[in-house]
Design a protein around this ligand. Structure first.
Ligand code: PEP
Ligand code: MG
Length: 757
């Protein structure tokens, strides 16, 4: 059975489009299960019916026939969301006879739903002329196939190859929303500009070419460059390998022949396709042809062709055939946005970023946050390849992308865009005013930073200090561990820039999803693995250099505070303190004059919430990393769009943990701050103030907004809100309470980072 499944999956994955995939599925499933009929029906939500999209065994004339969702066995399979296995379908009360299918001849029936992300996309049905009770194994095979098929249908729809599109005419439906993960807050309305990575064939869009001969010439230049490079590599390798392997390069060269791939690409260009699009089309066809071959050697050739395609594409893109026009409100969309791509858009035109893949620690995300550009990543269902030039709304707070927005929705977001613009204007006026409630309760607003460009921006916005400097970022941007002197120069920018304001520098926090290109950490479960302080305590040579650099950089300013990430055990604090003592003594011995900096820890692991009081006694301050704390309390990967709806810092348990930590810090009279995203959310900020947090640290763009909210509230209102919030049983209950309170001070709902709908 495994072999049948493997074969089905392989051939379906290699299919050039969804219709071919469905045809292959019905053919192969019918054959491997020795059934008389196999059919796929897809669900069309607008008309709420099921349409026969592929069949083998029923009349082909019945294709596209529509069955009402509330009738018949097909509808029953979908509504029950489980397999239905009937020896004699005709005797079932839900059985409906449909003449066009020629169905009267069939008795045995096994139907399974095709489900993606809780939505029934369709049904996969097999039937038998005579009575037949399908076995459990057969049922399992059909379920396995339908689970695979669900992913393929969803992907096809996301990338523009869906079949439901034409009938659904979803281009006409309004307020279509796609969900990803918020990487940078803010809201923008703009036009999609698709940027293909230097060599990612899959994301190259179709585009007409204006001058085919010019495109052919560009393609030839790229091709020759690749030929030259392969020859060089081939010669070098031939010397080393001496075996058959270097023959691979001969094969490569032959593939690039004018009679092979190249000739076909040129043909496509002359038919009006731009060079990159033509290359993608030709490579796709050949890759598909090789991938479905049974012979493993030949299957591997698909990899060679794809590789060659990418090489030629890289050359083509260097040759600048990708001429992009950037409208005044550009929404940059890429499969995997890179920092370089951001740099290609004129800054005043870049309004938002959508990256289909990419983590919060990608260079693009880091840069986007620093620049204050709304960013959504991980929206895998966003069908961007067919949306170039189309208007979309990016809600960076909630990780949502809207297209075909209704007048009302557009107005709603336009209002937020306008409000945010007014916050930017107000920022200067607010800059020197305290973050103080109407009843005189004040709080410090600090900034989270990772790039030097944050320094002037944060000061402009009125940051009173740095609450979190993510030192791993400069490490990530290098090709080796930065030297002590390099680190001193880098850290001094912040310490000097902010002096006399305090700067909390966090020791290297790598691991999890943050890796260094020159220090790979490969683990099965990285978020529960070698992260943060665990790495640096195992590598005191790295930690000591960093601590010495921080200390030296603070000479003359004495505004340094050192913070330890991912503390789990009290012993880790003691060990880190030991290394800090050593670093301090060494630096003093070198003749530096400086005070010993305060040391603090991050509370981001649930265990430390329960030990917060003991920990607080050991350090000078504590700071809650609510991003990780939420992730670990709720067991939800903060970077995974699939479970984004479950990640909610408003969860009452998260709030209870935050309150507990604040009280623990208060009981030993040390300052307590928070540096997770919750601090930059208006509702979150008010809850935290009510809990007694002294410092809220956030991205600089949020500072004016949070200050404005605080200045329009009474502390007593925040206290009441917290009390009510704590009585809720889930995040949506808390959200309602927060919304009601914010509404009173005129804050729009979508201003909230964590108020996911
Ligand atoms: C956090 O976990 O909340 C935090 C601020 O640290 P980081 O986001 O860098 O993991
Ligand atoms: Mg963290």
């Amino acid at each position: 059975m495994l072999n049948s499944i493997r074969k089905i999956i392989q051939s379906v994955n290699a299919a050039k489009d969804l219709q071919t995939a469905l045809d292959l599925i019905v053919h192969q499933v019918r054959r491997s299960m020795r059934a008389d009929v196999c059919s796929v029906y897809l669900h069309f939500p607008q008309t709420n019916n099921f349409i026969l999209m592929a069949t083998e065994g029923l009349n082909q004339a019945a294709l596209k026939i529509a069955l009402s969702a509330d009738q018949g066995l097909v509808g029953l399979v979908a509504s029950r969301s489980e397999p239905i296995n009937l020896e004699d379908a005709a005797s079932h009360p839900n059985y409906r006879y449909i003449e066009a299918t020629g169905e009267e001849q069939f008795c045995g029936f096994l139907g399974v739903p095709i489900i993606h992300h809780r939505k029934v996309l369709g049904t996969l049905i097999i039937q038998q002329r005579c009575k037949r009770s399908f076995t459990e194994d057969e049922e399992a095979l059909l379920i396995t196939t339908s689970a695979q098929l669900a992913g393929i249908i969803a992907h096809a729809e996301a990338t523009g190859g869906g079949l439901r599109r034409d009938v659904l005419a979803d281009d006409q439906s309004i307020n279509i929303v796609y969900t990803g993960v918020s990487r940078s807050g803010g809201v923008a309305i703009g036009q999609v500009v698709i940027m293909a990575p230097p060599a990612d064939l899959e994301t190259v869009p179709d585009r007409p070419c204006v001058d085919p001969e010019q495109e052919v010439a560009a393609f030839q230049i790229a091709l020759n460059a690749v030929r030259r490079k392969i020859k060089v590599v081939g010669r070098t390798l031939a010397r080393i390998l001496k075996g058959q392997e270097h023959e691979l390069f001969e094969v490569y060269m032959r593939m690039l022949d004018d009679n092979a791939l190249a000739g076909e690409v040129i043909q496509h260009i002359r038919q009006g396709q731009w060079a990159q699009g033509a290359l993608r089309r030709v490579v796709e066809v050949h890759v598909t042809a090789f991938e479905i071959m049974d012979d493993p050697y030949l299957r591997e050739r698909a990899t060679d062709i794809r590789d060659l395609g990418r090489r030629v594409l890289a050359e083509l893109q260097q040759s600048g055939t990708q001429h992009l026009e950037f409208p005044a409100s550009t929404v940059l969309v890429a499969q995997e946005a890179s920092a370089a791509m951001l740099g290609e858009v004129p800054p005043h035109k870049l309004k938002a970023i959508v990256s289909i893949t990419g983590s919060s620690n990608s260079h693009a995300a880091i840069l986007a946050r620093s620049m204050g550009i709304p960013t959504v990543m991980g929206a895998v269902d966003f069908p961007y390849t067919r949306l170039e030039g189309k208007e979309v709304i990016i809600d960076g707070y909630n990780g949502h992308i809207y297209r075909n927005a209704s007048h009302e929705l557009r107005q709603h977001y336009q209002k937020i865009v306008a409000e945010e613009a007014s916050f930017v204007k107000e920022a200067t006026a607010l800059r020197d005013l305290p973050a103080m409630t109407l009843d005189q309760r004040s709080i410090s607003l600090f900034v989270n930073t990772s790039l030097p460009l944050d320094v002037p921006r944060s000061l402009d916005k009125g940051a009173e200090g740095v609450g979190l400097y993510r030192t791993e970022v400069p490490f990530m941007l290098k090709e080796h561990f930065p030297s002590e002197q390099e680190q001193v120069s880098c850290y001094r920018i912040y310490l000097q820039g902010f002096a006399p304001r305090p700067v909390i520098m966090r020791t290297l926090d790598i691991g999890g999803d943050k890796s260094l290109p020159y220090f790979p950490i490969e683990e099965d479960n990285p978020f529960l693995g070698w992260r943060g302080i665990r790495v640096t305590l195992d590598h005191p040579e790295i930690l000591l250099v960093q601590l010495r650099a921080m200390l030296k950089a603070s000479a003359g300013f004495n505004n340094l505070r050192i913070m330890l990430p991912m503390i789990t055990h009290i012993a880790e604090i003691e060990e880190a303190r030991h290394w800090l003592d050593q670093a301090y003594t060494e630096v003093i011995d070198e003749g530096y004059e400086l005070q010993r900096p305060p040391i603090g820890v991050m509370i981001e692991i649930p265990a430390t919430v329960y030990q917060a009081r003991q920990i607080a006694k050991k350090v000078d301050f504590i700071s809650v990393g609510s991003n990780d704390l939420t992730q670990y309390l709720l067991a939800v990967d903060r970077d995974n769009a699939q479970v984004a709806e479950l990640y909610h810092a408003y969860h009452p348990v998260v709030l209870a943990a935050l309150q507990h930590v604040a009280l623990a810090a208060k009981s030993v009279r040390i300052p307590v701050s928070i540096c997770g995203e919750l601090a930059g959310d208006p509702g979150g900020a008010l809850l935290l103030i009510a809990m007694g947090y002294d410092i809220l640290s956030m991205n600089s763009v949020n500072i004016p907004r949070i200050k404005s909210v605080i200045r329009n509230m009474h502390f007593s209102q925040a206290k009441t809100m917290l009390k009510l919030a704590m009585q809720q049983q889930d995040a949506s209950g808390v959200k309602k309470i927060v919304q009601q309170t914010l509404h009173k001070v005129g804050i729009t709902q979508a201003h909230s980072f964590v108020m996911r709908d």
